[in-house]
Design a protein around this ligand. Structure first.
Ligand code: ADP
Length: 464
C-alpha cells in the first residue's frame, strides 16, 4: 500500500511536470502569435505614413538626389567609392533631424497609440553597367551601419519591410575637353525597422487574462492533487490504526479467554470437584479473568469518549490529600517491578474543583505507562506546583518517546511502532482518554523528553 501511494505520488508529480511543460509550450505559442499579430497590426497602421507624408517624401528626394549626383561623379572617376559612402552619410546626417521629427508628427496624425521609433537601414548599394556589378556598400553585422531615422539597438528592432530602389541613369559631361558618357543602373536595398516602446509589456498585457486563467487552473490542479494525496495518506493511516487496534484487542482478549476455557474444563472434572480448595482457587481465577475482560471492554467503551461527551461530576478537593491517596493506591498496585516514587509538592493553593473519578483515571494512565514503558528499576518523580493553576509533572526513567511519535501519542489508538513496545500490552487509548479528561477540565497535557532518556508528562488544570 505504501509503495502504491509512493508510486501514485511520483506519477502525479511526473504528470504535473508534463502538464507544466505543455502549458508552458502553449502559453509561449500564444505569446508568439500575439506578438506577430501585434507587430502586423502596428506595421499596418504605420505603413501609410511613409507614403502619405509629403514632408518625408521631399526629404527623401533631397538625399536621394544628392546621392545620385555623387554616384555620377564616381562613375566619371571624379571621386572614390569611400567618398560616395561618406557623402551619403553626410547628406543623411543633414536631413536626419528633420526626418525624425516629421516622422513623429506623421505618427501623431495617424493616431498610433504606442511610442514608435523608425529607421531605414541601408542593406546594399550596387551599381551595374554593361561591364560589371559594382558593390559600393554591403551592411555587415557588427560593422558601421548607414541609418536614416532613429538610432536604436538591433536587439529591439522589428523589421517591417524591405525596399528595393532601382533606377537607371545616363549622363554626359565634358571632362578635360573630352565629352564623356556614362550609363548605369542603381540598386539601393534598405530595410525599414521600428522599435515599439515596451512592446513586450503590451503583448503580455493582452495575454493577462489567459495567463491568470492558466495560473488559476494550474494552482487548482496542484491543490486538488495535494488534497487527494493527503486524504489518501490519512485513509491509509486510519486503516493501519484500525488493523493495529484489532490485532491489539485480539491479543489482549486471548489470554483471559484461554484461562477461562481451562478453568471451566477443570471445574467439570470430577477429580477437581472433590477438592474444594482447588475449586475455590479456580473460581477465583475465573473471577479475576472476568474482571480483566470487563476492564478491557470498559476501556474500549469509555476510553473512546471525546472530551465533549465526558460528563463531569466536580467536587472540591484538598489537592495534597487527594494526590497522596492516588499515589498511595498506585504504589500498592505495583508488585512486579522495583519502583521508587519521589513526591515533591509546592502548594500555595490547595482547594481545587475536579471530578475525582476521571482525574484519577487520567493520572493512573500516565503513572501506569511510566511503569509499562520502563525497565525493572523504575524511578518516578511526581512534582506538583499549585499557584495560579495546578501543574503536575510526572517524569520516568523509561525508554522515552521520539520527537516524531511525541506529536501523535495523544491520538486515538496510537502506539509507538517499535519492537520493544510490541511486547507491552496496550490499545493505544490511555493517553487519548487522559488528554480528553484534562481537556474536559479546561486544562492541557504536554509530553517532554528524549528517546531513550525517560519521559515527562505535564498536566495543567486551572483553578476556576
Ligand atoms: P497504550 O495502551 O499503548 O499504553 P497509551 O495511549 O497509553 O496506549 O500510550 C500510547 C503510546 O505512547 C504507547 O503505546 C507508548 O508507545 C507511548 N508511551 C506512553 N507513555 C509512555 C512512557 N511513559 N514512556 C514511553 N512511551 C510511552
Amino acid at each position: 500500500m505504501k509503495r502504491k501511494i509512493n508510486l501514485l505520488i511520483i506519477a502525479s508529480i511526473l504528470g504535473l511536470i508534463a502538464l507544466s511543460i505543455i502549458q508552458g509550450y502553449l502559453v509561449n505559442n500564444t505569446y508568439e502569435l500575439k506578438k506577430k499579430a501585434f507587430i502586423r497590426e502596428t506595421t499596418r497602421s504605420i505603413s501609410k505614413i511613409d507614403d502619405f507624408s509629403s514632408a518625408l517624401d521631399s526629404l527623401s528626394d533631397i538625399w536621394q538626389e544628392q546621392f545620385v549626383n555623387k554616384l555620377i561623379d564616381y562613375k566619371f572617376n571624379l571621386v572614390k567609392k569611400e567618398d560616395v559612402i561618406q557623402g551619403l552619410e553626410l547628406v543623411i546626417d543633414s536631413v536626419n533631424e528633420a526626418y525624425i521629427s516629421e516622422y513623429q508628427k506623421a505618427l501623431v496624425e495617424s493616431n498610433v497609440p504606442y511610442g514608435i521609433r523608425f529607421h531605414k537601414k541601408v542593406r546594399a548599394i550596387i551599381i551595374t553597367d554593361s561591364v560589371k556589378n559594382d558593390t559600393l556598400f554591403h551592411s555587415k553585422k557588427g560593422a558601421k551601419q548607414i541609418i536614416l531615422g532613429d538610432n536604436f539597438s538591433e536587439d529591439n528592432s522589428i523589421g517591417i519591410s524591405t525596399t528595393n530602389w532601382q533606377t537607371d541613369h545616363d549622363s554626359n559631361r565634358v571632362i578635360n575637353g573630352e565629352a564623356k558618357e556614362i550609363s548605369f543602373s542603381l540598386t539601393f536595398q534598405s530595410a525599414d525597422e521600428i522599435d515599439i516602446a515596451g512592446w513586450k509589456k503590451i503583448v503580455l498585457k493582452q495575454m493577462l487574462g489567459l495567463l491568470l486563467l492558466s495560473l488559476f487552473i494550474f494552482a487548482t490542479v496542484i491543490g486538488l492533487l495535494y488534497y487527494s494525496i493527503k486524504s489518501l495518506i490519512k485513509q491509509k493511516k486510519i486503516a493501519d490504526i484500525k488493523t493495529d487496534f484489532v490485532n491489539n484487542i485480539t491479543h489482549e482478549l486471548k489470554t483471559p479467554l484461554a484461562t477461562l476455557t481451562l478453568a471451566t474444563k477443570m471445574l467439570n472434572n470430577d477429580n477437581v470437584k472433590q477438592q474444594p480448595l482447588l475449586v475455590r482457587n479456580t473460581i477465583n481465577t475465573i473471577e479475576r479473568q472476568n474482571k480483566r475482560l470487563q476492564k478491557l471492554i470498559d476501556q474500549v467503551l469509555n476510553n473512546s469518549l471525546g472530551y465533549k461527551e465526558i460528563q463531569l461530576n466536580k467536587e472540591t478537593v484538598d489537592v495534597k490529600k487527594y494526590l497522596d491517596t492516588v499515589l498511595d493506591d498506585f504504589m500498592l498496585s505495583i508488585t512486579t517491578k522495583n519502583l521508587t516514587l519521589n513526591r515533591n509538592f509546592s502548594i500555595l493553593t490547595n482547594q481545587l474543583k475536579l471530578d475525582k473519578f476521571f482525574v484519577t483515571t487520567a493520572l493512573l494512565n500516565v503513572l501506569e505507562n511510566a511503569v509499562k514503558y520502563s525497565g525493572d528499576e523504575i524511578i518516578i518523580n511526581f512534582n506538583v506546583e499549585s499557584n495560579t493553576e495546578l501543574k503536575i509533572s510526572i517524569t520516568d526513567n523509561g525508554i522515552g518517546i521520539s520527537e516524531k511519535d511525541k506529536k501523535q501519542v495523544f491520538e486515538k489508538f496510537f502506539r509507538v511502532g517499535n519492537k520493544e513496545i510490541h511486547d507491552v500490552k496496550g490499545l493505544g487509548l490511555g493517553l487519548y482518554y487522559t488528554n480528553q479528561i484534562i481537556k474536559a477540565h479546561n486544562g492541557n497535557i504536554r509530553v517532554l523528553g528524549k528517546e531513550g532518556n525517560g519521559t515527562t508528562f505535564i498536566l495543567t488544570l486551572p483553578f476556576n
